[in-house]
Ligand binder design. Structure first.
Ligand code: ADP
Ligand code: MG
Ligand code: MG
Length: 883
């Protein structure tokens, strides 16, 4: 079996289709080489080797040595330099590369192949001793950090002291001699910390680095990242070994990172940063302030240092051509890494760029309009969940802001929360329910868990392409980076800015769209949805088959839902209307009544209130279907639970306190979820459902008369398990309808149906459909009753269940398609057999979950119903499911 795949110098053993085998980086390096772009030659050790390495207890098979030797020979052949050669040494980088780009993996080692002898050769052939010794000190520093895992603080300190001793400000001020001395210090540090001298044998260096890449696949950081992003451990990582090119060979050399379009806003403009006379991660590490790529961006930011467009016009033109070529070739926005060595451009990486939801929309729509991708592709490109970022509030522009400072607008959106200065604290406080803003000098992959827990991220250092910025955009967290005027005193747990102190726990607000950092909380407003949102949603609506409704009971929610494109209400929970402070007294009187007459008297007072609820709702939903679920929760939920409340409630309801207590005790249930609730209430107290039905029909006629547009009420009976239950309840509803119609001299269209939320109902769906005119799958209860898991008590063990792979995802968030899904399919099939074309929908929490929506599409349901803010997500997910 083969493990090594070459690229560069006219060969490409792989291509972009091989990301599973070669990892994303390796596959794209091979692809770029194959389309004629300047890629330093190299080879990739496949992900299969990683898997085998772990299977065999962390050892390489002997055959790999020969393959790697052949790979090195390939690079030597193309470059004309020999690995380990004292006169003109080949240097390589060792780069990890999983299928999905993954922070947490081993950092790249650059300049591998330098030792006490080859450094002299490099100095001689390049004619630049400073460059050679700078490369060597970088190599020792990186290798010690990422491969030997020594304390990197000591190396940084030695570097700082070297600069201070000479009165230098920048790394680039160090001379060849300074660097030579620094190298000696570094080597001493290695010996002291590692107990052995720094490896001088270049092959030892190489195998050490390769082993470290594979080893990092099982690092804690990588595991956390995989868990958060659903990446299987079995995928493994590849290793890329590639000839070095040097951006640190003086002022005609540089290194940079770029996006072919703006990853924050989506504008069609090259976007990026570069640094002259620098290497590798200098740009993102914030060692010096990077310079802009284009003149336009530089001018817009009123920055001083020349842009690349101005400083290196020819190379910039070449680079711009490469950007265009890569974008057309990959048909997507690319995130690119490049190096310029003495005027010559080299491409070191390309991949589809991470972007904000706003940018994703804009890029998808514009690329479709440019003809680069189809509309279907545009629809498929935007992750439905990501829309969430756009639908949520931004800072109120009119609110007073106590601005502390301004950094770079690295990831849009606004967030307020308690200031915390380390990731562990962020995680702890977030778990305790606090909103936190993570504030760091800069972030590293070790901060992933803290960034995930935080509502927003603020860094003192780093540009728009810094770790913090990139990761925050990917996570959809607002981020302000490079707020240079803040200083963080980690020991005192305070941040100082402009003469003020913010202690840990103080509330701060960041605006990732403007870069502002503010003291205190700032109120927010609803965002305006851009034209791109409307365009893409319009395209999605054209291709989707599933209708999308909303779960809503208040006119406000219903309005929001309609603005977001809801095509009706899929679930109006009437009990929510009963909890209103004024009404609850009438509800309690009804519950406390000793007989039917007493109950009817209380219900008569509730009728006009309930009717006016429905009038308001029907007005918003004029002409659209509205599914109304009759009373569902057990009655004791409406009675007080605290001793302190009893007296007041009793007097408001006009009963004595003992009666109230006795009634509350009578209504107590051991297992309310399976108790006296749902249609069981209607069966025992039909007058409750009768009143609700009356209110619905009276309201519907009132609205029809006022506006001419009659709503289509769909009266839904909850928790039905047998045909007879539904039949009894349908009689109650139909009689109420007839009475109202006779009263008003006018009829309207309506349906009576049921929720399918018990396994028995699903099994008996054939019979139930003889009575029910529609089914709505109540997947919250159906999941509880099928799994025998109470949603309210599941928190104690469900996390562990998901961690141990018992359920792939929380079954209350994403439908258990394997189990609960079978019941839905079966009920749909049996229902349709009895009643051809029976209307089928889903109204559980799952109605807003893209994976569950895909299942609903497959099962041929008619609609999904989601909470108002998830309506756009559901529309897009439904379209993707239909593609
Ligand atoms: P990451 O996955 O963290 O981006 P990379 O493997 O892309 O790590 O390496 C980081 C940086 O190191 C690159 O952007 C590039 O600047 C530099 N680099 C990597 N390989 C080489 C090389 N062969 N020559 C010059 N620079 C390199
Ligand atoms: Mg890195
Ligand atoms: Mg990279």
């Amino acid at each position: 079996q083969r493990y090594v795949y070459r690229f560069g110098g006219g060969v490409s053993d792989g291509g972009k289709g091989d990301r599973n085998l070669l990892g994303g980086k390796g596959a794209n390096l091979a692809e770029m080489a194959s389309i004629g772009l300047p890629v330093p030659p190299g080879f990739t050790i496949s992900t299969e080797m990683c898997t085998r390495y772990y299977d065999e207890g962390g050892r390489f098979p002997d055959s790999l040595r020969d393959e790697v030797a052949a790979g090195i020979a390939h690079i030597e052949g193309v470059t004309g330099k020999m690995f380990g050669d004292k006169a003109d040494p080949l240097l390589v980088s060792v780069r990890s590369g999983a299928r999905a780009s993954m922070p947490g993996m081993m950092d790249t080692v650059l300049n591998l192949g330098l030792n006490d002898q080859t450094v002299e050769g490099l100095a001689a052939t390049s004619g630049d001793a400073r460059f050679a010794w700078d490369s060597y000190r970088r190599f020792i520093q990186m290798y010690s950090d990422v491969v030997l895992e020594l304390d990197h603080g000591a190396f940084e300190e030695a570097l700082e002291i070297a600069k201070e001793d000479n009165g230098y400000f920048l790394d680039t001020d160090l001379t060849a001699d300074d660097l030579r001395k620094l190298v000696a210090e570094y080597k001493a540090l290695v010996e002291q910390q590692w107990g052995k001298p720094f490896p001088q044998d270049v092959h030892d260096q190489l195998w050490g680095a390769v082993g470290a890449v594979f080893g990092s696949w099982q690092s804690e950081r990588a595991k956390v990242y995989r868990r958060l992003n659903d990446i299987p451990a079995a995928w493994g990582t590849a290793v890329n070994i590639q000839a070095m090119v040097f951006g640190n060979m003086g002022d005609t050399s540089a290194t940079g990172v770029a996006f072919t379009r703006d990853p924050a806003k989506g504008d069609r403009a090259y976007y990026g940063e570069f640094l002259i006379n620098a290497q590798g991660e200098d740009v993102v590490a914030g060692i010096r302030t990077p310079q802009y790529l284009t003149k336009a961006a530089k001018d817009a930011a009123a920055a001083k240092p020349a842009s690349m467009e101005e400083a290196m016009p020819e190379t910039f033109t070449e680079l711009a051509k490469v950007f265009d070529l890569l974008e057309t070739h990959y048909r997507d926005m690319q995130d690119i890494e490049f190096t310029v060595q003495q005027g010559k451009l080299w491409m070191l990486q390309t991949r589809s760029g991470k972007r904000t939801a706003k940018a994703a929309l804009k890029i998808a729509v514009e690329m479709a309009e440019e003809g680069l991708i189809t509309r279907e592709e545009a629809i498929a490109r935007v992750e439905p969940q990501a829309l969430d970022q756009l639908l949520h509030p931004t800072l109120d522009p009119k609110a007073v802001r106590d601005v502390l400072t301004k950094g770079l607008p690295a990831s849009p959106g606004a967030a307020s929360g308690a200031a915390v200065f380390d990731s562990d604290t962020a995680e702890k406080r977030a778990a305790a329910g606090d909103s936190v803003i993570l504030i760091r000098v800069e972030t590293s992959p070790e901060d992933i868990h803290g960034m995930h827990a935080a509502k927003g991220i603020l860094t003192a250092r780093g540009g728009m392409t810094s770790h913090a910025a990139v990761v925050a955009r990917g996570m959809g967290r607002p981020c302000v980076s490079g707020a240079g005027s803040i200083s963080i005193d980690i020991k005192a747990r305070v941040m100082r800015v402009g003469g003020r102190e913010i202690a840990e726990g103080d509330i701060v607000t960041i605006d990732g769209t403007t870069g502002e950092v503010m003291a205190g909380a700032v109120p927010t407003v609803q965002p305006e949805l851009s034209g791109d949102f409307g365009t893409l949603m319009g395209w999605a609506d054209e291709v989707r088959r599933l209708k999308v409704r909303a779960n809503a009971e208040t006119p406000l929610d219903a309005k929001t839902a309609r603005e977001f494109g809801a095509e009706g209400i899929g679930l109006c929970r009437t009990e929510h209307m009963f909890f209103d402070a004024e009404r609850i007294t009438n509800v309690r009187q009804m519950i406390l009544a000793e007989d039917e007459a007493g109950r009817r008297a209380a219900l008569a007072k509730l009728l006009p209130e309930q009717r006016s609820d429905f009038v308001q709702l029907f007005e918003v939903m004029a002409g659209l279907p509205v599914t109304i679920r009759l009373l569902d929760p057990p009655l004791h939920e409406f009675l007080p639970h605290e001793e302190a409340e009893f007296a007041e409630v009793a007097s408001a309801a006009g009963v004595d306190i003992d009666t109230l207590k006795r009634r509350a005790a009578e209504l107590h249930e051991f297992n309310p979820m399976l108790g006296h609730r749902g249609c069981r209430l209607g069966v025992t107290y039909p007058e409750i459902y009768e009143m609700q039905a009356r209110a619905i029909f009276e309201a519907a006629i009132e609205v029809a008369e006022k506006s001419g547009a009659a709503p289509i009420p769909e009266v839904m009976i909850p928790l039905v398990g047998t045909r007879r239950e539904l039949e009894l309840m349908k009689i109650v509803v139909d009689q109420a309808a007839q009475a109202v119609f006779a009263d008003k001299g006018r009829t309207i269209e309506y349906l009576v149906g049921t929720m399918i939320e018990l396994p028995r109902a699903a099994l008996m769906a054939g019979e139930i459909a003889e009575v029910g005119e529609f089914f709505s799958f109540g997947t919250n209860d159906l999941t509880q009753t099928t799994l025998g898991v109470s949603r309210d008590d599941a928190a104690r063990f469900l996390g562990v269940y998901v961690e141990k792979g018992i359920y792939a995802k929380d079954p209350f968030v994403s439908l258990d398609v394997e189990g609960v899904g079978q019941l839905i399919e079966l009920a749909a099939e049996r229902g349709r057999k009895t009643r051809a074309g029976i209307k089928l929908g889903i109204c559980g929490e799952h109605g807003g979950d893209p994976a569950s929506i895909a299942f609903c599409e497959q099962t041929g349901l008619d609609y999904v119903s989601a909470s108002p803010y998830r309506v756009p997500i559901a529309r897009l997910a439904a379209a993707q499911a239909a593609l």
